[in-house]
Design a binder for this molecule. Structure first.
Ligand code: OSB
Ligand code: MG
Length: 355
């Protein structure tokens, strides 16, 4: 077994705001494992505030690479056990390698039984004026999206409500609307927002309250008049059992980079589903390797709800061509062996290898 790492940095064409700041660039490390002529690729794209720091990620991945070179994948996974982005890379590279060796697409390797052609996705509408958001929403619907997610955490609750109402009025009937508050409200504000969103037919709100307020989210579900509560940031610190025991979520938003790999994310998805909580797959706006891994993960969940996987266009550049393009509001699932990515080894960013 032979492992290699390459660092990359990709600018966002359209910055994305989250509670921990605006994301303008994604830096990460691509990992390539070769064994007897077969190759697997993985990606660690840490996001400060969401995963381990880039420095820790780099250090853990270097340690794992040594074990991979020694032909000891179990030791490599151990070395990244507490670094989710680094573990994501190691697990994905190994899974891609095994799936290619087995001659099956990654989603089959992950445990799906039938053929899955497409995964429904949501368009992601960032911050901006209500009119800007409405224009972006109309554009997304023209491209075929049936589900839109609006960022609503910046500004006041009144502004969030106005944003949602303006978008809803601009849309044809039947388009699903979600909102993401990124943990920026207190309990009173969240109650007010969800009551108002009910009139606009909002399906659910991601992370209305602070990351550690499971009890508040459980209370909110009781008084939310039909608007669901989704947890995203909370899953960084709370286990799925904590979430289920607290009755804190209708939906869990699963980011494999944050959860430490597709295997861990998939276990959470299955457990959640069994308890009637819907899994939704998304990314931290990752490069093509991790994004495609997330598409396969979503495809491995039968009849998955629309996922937050339409983020390729947010990147000004990428590591390799996209094997899972979005058409008519769906990601097309690659059916070749493994991930189905070509590269990224042949594609270095800005022509430089920053390893
Ligand atoms: O889910 C989506 O539609 C896109 C991804 C997204 O919103 C996101 C991207 C990076 C970091 C955080 C988040 C988030 O869900 O809060
Ligand atoms: Mg979110």
């Amino acid at each position: 077994m032979d492992a290699e790492r390459r660092e990359f940095a990709l600018d966002l064409a359209a910055p994305l705001e989250t509670a921990s700041g605006t994301i303008e660039q994604r830096e990460g490390i691509a990992l390539r494992i070769a064994e007897d002529g077969a190759v697997g690729v993985g990606e660690a794209t840490p996001l400060p505030g969401w995963t381990e720091s880039p420095a820790t990620c780099r250090e853990r991945l270097a340690a794992a690479t040594t074990y991979l070179d020694d032909g000891d994948p179990a030791a490599a996974l151990d070395a990244v056990d507490e670094s989710p982005a680094a573990r994501h890379a190691v697990h994905l590279a190994l899974a891609d390698l095994r799936a290619r060796q087995d001659g099956v697409p990654l989603y089959r390797y992950l445990g799906s039984v039938g053929r899955v052609e497409r995964v429904p996705v949501n368009a992601t509408i960032g911050v901006g004026s209500p009119d800007d958001a409405a224009a972006a929403a109309r554009g997304a619907v023209e491209q075929g999206f049936q589900c839109l997610k609006l960022k609503v955490g910046a500004g006041t609750v009144e502004e969030a409500v106005e944003r949602v109402e303006t978008v809803r009025e601009a849309l044809p009937r039947g388009i699903a609307l979600r909102a993401d508050a990124n943990g920026s409200w207190d309990r009173e504000q969240a109650g007010e927002a969800l009551r108002a969103f009910a009139d606009s037919g909002v399906e659910y709100v991601e992370q209305p309250l602070a990351i550690d307020d499971l009890e508040g989210h459980a209370d909110l579900r009781q008084q939310s008049a039909g608007v669901g509560v989704a947890l995203d940031e909370s899953l960084r610190t709370a286990s799925i059992d904590d979430v289920l025991d607290a009755g804190a979520a209708d939906v869990v938003v699963l980011k494999p980079m944050v959860l430490g790999g597709l295997d861990r994310a998939r276990r959470i998805a299955i457990r959640a589903r069994r308890e009637g909580v819907a899994p939704v797959v998304t990314t931290t706006v990752d490069a093509v390797v991790a994004r495609t891994g997330a598409v396969h993960f979503a495809a491995s969940i039968p009849g998955v709800d629309p996922c937050g996987l339409a983020t390729a266009e947010r990147l000004a550049d990428d590591l390799a061509p996209d094997p899972a393009p979005i058409t008519e509001g769906d990601a097309v699932v690659p059916q070749g062996d493994g991930l189905g990515t070509r590269g990224p080894w042949e594609h270095t960013v800005d022509g430089e290898n920053r390893r």
